[in-house]
Write a new protein. Structure first.
Lengths: 349, 256
């Protein structure tokens, strides 16, 4: 037996030479995203940065941070105050107050399926790239948590639990803002909504009423709603294109939206198309929360369109205010839109 | 001694597998297709978008705010009939300045070809028999009401209409469908773009041009005042787009 030993040693080193992993570094427990069937079948894989893989410990830490007012200057406000689970992670206010009682000029945004925002442009105007970078913003925003990162880091470092939780999530108990945002982003990526009535219909598990089916046809019909060019379809289960458009809200544009970010006047008044999932929980609507109900939204597209130099060409019959849907089509369209609301998502988060 | 062989053999294989593969097929060429755009000769890129600055054959001044289109089935045909169809399709996106250059993963043998061509859009087999996650994610699909499948082109912008107000236009091409009867009837509108004869001596780059003005010109002088929107379900409009599309592409050079 002994005479084979050199060969076995050779084999061992040959195998070893292929790999370059170090052996005893601490590794948190991987927790890959559970990709829903309809997403798997129809669209591209989610975006997960290689330097921030999903882990059990990272997600748990992110969830705790998301709900902890420790991030705000006076310990009074957490992310969850403006992004509440029962509202599909937005809030019911038109504008949300920050810790100083100041109101912003944008409606809070629901948070789900964020890992499928392939261009990774976040906020209504797309001003931040990547979820990790987004999480830096609210903490120091004077209209929101109005804190400093130095203070947040110091408080977390002195906390009785956090250093240990960071150790388990990232292998270090030295807390810095980058790790805070990584943990929050991991948690946000787990907010997946894919269990609405319409999803179940597509999977063959339930049937839709004739009204809901006609509403879907209005949505898909270029001569009627024509919503699918911007808001997804049975082939794009995100129910958004995550692209920026001016959908004809105003004749005179005051909030420049994307135009302020790019500096290009051709982008003035453009905002990111929101997903139409979970509308039952996310009122009021639009970037400035101007519409309290879905009826108002539908009336806007049907007869309330305002012309402006950057209005999207897909907004048709603008001189008449829109395509003038019949009362029946409006009711059906609304019934269809509500089939995209995911009660399972609300109940399980 | 015999026992050593498997071990040595395995070691050898393992070592070999560590290296990157590098079998040069010197007789094969990589081909690249570059897509360039112009309006009757003046170059169009996304930096020219959104400003009303072009005049179509019918006399309307217009801008372009979006242009993307699908090409597929790049085919090299020898004079003896042997054909090489290159893998893949490409969604040229002028708006975002992406996919303006396309290198299929398959290579082709060097030599003379009597015809090089590609398909504008998808043929029916490609259009209906596959689900394409990248195209779905790009909101490129066609409603089932219109037969499903995918868009071939989306050209959008604004024009000044005959009462001098700015109006949007949405010129989307799909397979023509007439939904007026009890059962829909279809007419094919994908077409082959023939780039002619080419001799491949090396890796080659094809410079393809689309003259966007041609979509409004020939044989149908396009009147945006009447045809500016809701064209997907408009069978006649789709047939006119198909006819006008025949002359939009040309090959300006093959660099190798």
């Amino acid at each position: 037996m002994l005479k084979w030993t050199p060969y076995y040693i050779l084999l061992f080193f040959v195998c070893l030479s292929c790999s370059n992993e170090s052996v005893d570094e601490y590794v948190p427990t991987p927790s890959p995203l559970q990709i829903p069937q309809l997403f798997q079948d129809n669209i591209l894989a989610p975006v997960i940065p290689t330097n921030n893989p999903q882990t059990v410990e990272g997600i748990a830490l992110g969830k705790k941070l998301f709900s902890d007012p420790i991030l705000s200057a006076d310990n009074s406000q957490a992310c969850v105050n403006c992004h509440a689970p029962e509202n599909a992670f937005t809030d019911p206010d038109r504008f949300s107050d920050g810790i100083d009682g100041l109101l912003g000029n944008r409606n809070s945004m629901p948070l789900f399926n964020l890992a499928w925002n392939y261009d990774e442009k976040f906020f209504w105007d797309g001003r931040v790239f990547s979820l990790e970078h987004q999480a830096f913003q609210p903490v120091t925003d004077p209209l929101e948590m109005h804190n400093t990162w130095a203070q947040v880091e110091q408080r977390l470092q002195q906390h009785i639990e956090y250093p240990n939780l960071f150790e388990r999530a990232f292998g270090t108990s030295t807390i810095d803002s980058t790790l805070v945002t990584k943990a929050i982003a991991q948690f946000e990526r787990t907010l997946i909504s894919s269990n609405s009535k319409f999803d179940k219909y597509l999977l063959g598990e339930v049937t839709l009423t004739p009204q809901e089916l006609n509403g879907f046809n209005v949505f898909m019909d270029e001569t009627k709603g024509d919503c699918f060019h911007c808001h997804g379809s049975d082939k794009n289960p995100l129910w958004t294109d995550n692209i920026f458009h001016n959908n004809g809200l105003d004749a005179t544009i005051t909030d420049l939206g994307l135009g302020k970010v790019t500096g290009d006047p051709a982008d003035n008044g453009k905002f990111k198309s929101p997903s139409l999932r979970n509308l039952a929980f996310t009122a009021p609507y639009m970037h400035d929360g101007r519409f309290a109900t879905l009826d108002e939204v539908i009336n806007h597209y049907s007869e309330g369109l305002q012309n402006s130099p950057t209005i999207d060409p897909l907004m048709k019959k603008v001189d008449q205010g829109g395509v003038q849907l019949s009362t029946q089509d409006k009711a059906d369209l609304k019934a269809f839109l509500l089939t995209l609301s995911d009660y399972h998502f609300i109940d399980n988060n | 001694m015999q026992k050593i062989f498997p071990i040595l053999f395995f070691s050898l294989i393992t070592l070999v597998s560590c290296g990157t593969d590098n079998d040069d097929k010197v007789s094969e060429s990589i081909v690249t297709f570059n897509f360039n755009h112009n309006w009757d000769g003046s170059t169009v890129t996304n930096t020219n978008f959104s400003t009303i600055q072009y005049t179509n054959a019918n006399g309307e001044e217009l801008s372009i705010t979006k242009l993307r289109y699908l090409i597929s089935n790049i085919t090299f045909q020898k004079s003896d009939g042997e054909t090489f169809v290159l893998n893949g399709y490409n969604l040229v996106d002028v708006t975002n300045n992406t996919n303006l250059s396309f290198s299929p993963t398959t290579t082709i043998p060097k030599g003379s070809y009597s015809k090089v061509s590609f398909t504008f859009g998808f043929n029916n087999e490609d259009n209906y028999n596959n689900n394409y996650p990248d195209l779905n994610a790009a909101s490129w699909s066609v409603p089932a009401l219109l037969g499903g499948g995918y868009h071939y082109m989306q050209l959008e912008g604004r024009f000044i209409n005959n009462i001098t107000t700015q109006t949007g236009y949405v010129y989307h091409t799909i397979r023509a469908v007439d939904n007026s009867g009890a059962t829909p009837t279809f007419q094919d509108t994908f077409f082959e773009v023939d780039l002619g004869e080419v001799t491949i001596t090396n890796n080659a780059t094809f410079e393809i041009n689309m003259n966007i003005a041609e979509w409004f010109k020939n044989p149908n002088t396009w009147d945006l005042n009447t045809l500016n929107n809701m064209l997907m379900p408009n069978f006649n409009a789709q047939m006119m787009m198909f006819q006008n599309g025949q002359d939009v592409f040309s090959l300006s050079a093959v660099n190798q």
